[in-house]
Write a protein that binds this ligand. Structure first.
Ligand SMILES: Nc1ncnc2c1ncn2[C@@H]1O[C@H](COP(=O)(O)OP(=O)(O)OP(=O)(O)O)[C@@H](O)[C@H]1O
Ligand SMILES: [Mg+2]
Length: 312
């Protein structure tokens, strides 16, 4: 099951913090200090999950990561009755009378969200719109009334949530599969920060930290990647993963980033055209995409673009 992960020590040692990320982190921390849930929204690969972990770790509370999906249900969020426990009582008080009584009871196990609510964890609910909206309804009373509605026994019981309990949501509004439109009642209870405008410095710094390339090389890859993204006519494609992949390969396989290096050109095409994988990709479309990559390499590497900071 992909959705049950309790992690008190998620590794984020290579997390880069720039002014852009500091600004979002500062706002998110402020909203959370005031008791509000934060929602990081943006297309794939813009750093939502990494930032959510970074923000959550700042709180210094135990952390629970829930990955949205079809597998998330009331039992694994709130809890349920799992199995039965058998009790037997033997009564031999009067030696001539032997009485044996057997009791069978269902046992209740708390779900991970309920535990987080009771213990005051920081929860990251990653891609929460991948969970059916009706399952997420339990969050309405958690976020507003600060109560969890628990179906213990026959009548519902309400449990008060711990004052330190906080939740950070992430979502990608542009995904086209497996997404449930989040009800306004839920999004109305959170503060949404859109992550669409990562700046060049942040993208370059992440590429550098992830690959081991130097600042100038990382800058070139960032520019290359941005040039390609700008020509794709696809506003939803803002991912920094292509740049990271290319930088890692250039670094570890010692690929020369030169326009004359055909191997480098081919690697760029393999990476940046991957986003368009589709069975119906026509040869014309593929040539068009290859042309964009060639154009980017010629424009960025032939002109030997260097960052202003580097050239000083
Ligand atoms: N500040 C950062 N420092 C270092 N690496 C980062 C940073 N932000 C993002 N990354 C890296 O960039 C990549 C994409 O980030 P992440 O997975 O957080 O994006 P996402 O928006 O959650 O993507 P998706 O929508 O596909 O889940 C990952 O490899 C991540 O480690
Ligand atoms: Mg993510």
């Amino acid at each position: 099951m992909n959705d049950v992960k309790t992690n008190f020590d998620i590794e984020t040692t290579d997390y880069v913090v720039t002014n852009y990320l500091k600004n979002i982190t500062g706002r998110a921390v402020m909203y959370m200090e005031n008791g509000f849930p934060v929602h990081l929204r943006g297309p794939a690969g813009v750093g939502k999950t990494s930032l959510a972990i970074h923000i959550a770790k700042k709180r210094g509370r135990p952390l629970l990561l829930i990955c949205g999906g079809e597998e998330v249900n009331n039992e694994n969020l709130i809890g349920g009755y799992f199995g039965v426990r058998k009790y037997s009582v033997e009564d031999n008080f009067i030696t001539t009378v032997h009485k044996k009584e057997e009791l069978i009871r269902k046992t209740w196990n708390d779900g991970r969200l309920l535990t987080a609510c009771k213990e005051g964890y920081t929860v990251i609910y990653d891609e929460f719109t991948r969970t059916p909206a009706v399952i997420n309804n339990v969050l309405l009373s958690i976020l507003e009334e600060k109560l969890v509605d628990i179906p213990y026994g026959n009548s519902n019981t309400f449990v008060k949530i711990h004052p330190e309990f906080r939740i950070i949501f992430t979502s990608n509004p542009d995904e086209y599969i497996g997404v449930y439109r989040s009800p306004n009642a839920l999004t109305d209870r959170m503060i949404t920060i859109d992550m669409v405008d990562m700046d060049e410095d942040t993208e370059k710094s992440i590429i550098m930290s992830k690959s081991g390339l130097n600042s100038e090389e990382s800058y070139k890859i960032m520019k290359l990647s941005r040039f390609i993204k700008s020509k794709l006519n696809d506003n939803d494609y803002a991912s920094i993963r292509g740049g990271i992949m290319l930088a890692k390969i250039v670094h570890s396989s010692k690929l020369k980033m030169q326009p004359s290096n055909l191997a480098f050109r081919q690697v760029c095409k393999d990476i940046f055209n991957s986003i368009h994988i589709s069975l119906s990709l026509s040869l014309d479309k593929k040539h068009e995409l290859d042309y964009i990559v060639d154009q980017a390499i010629d424009s960025i590497l032939m002109n030997n673009i260097v960052s202003v900071k580097e050239s000083q």
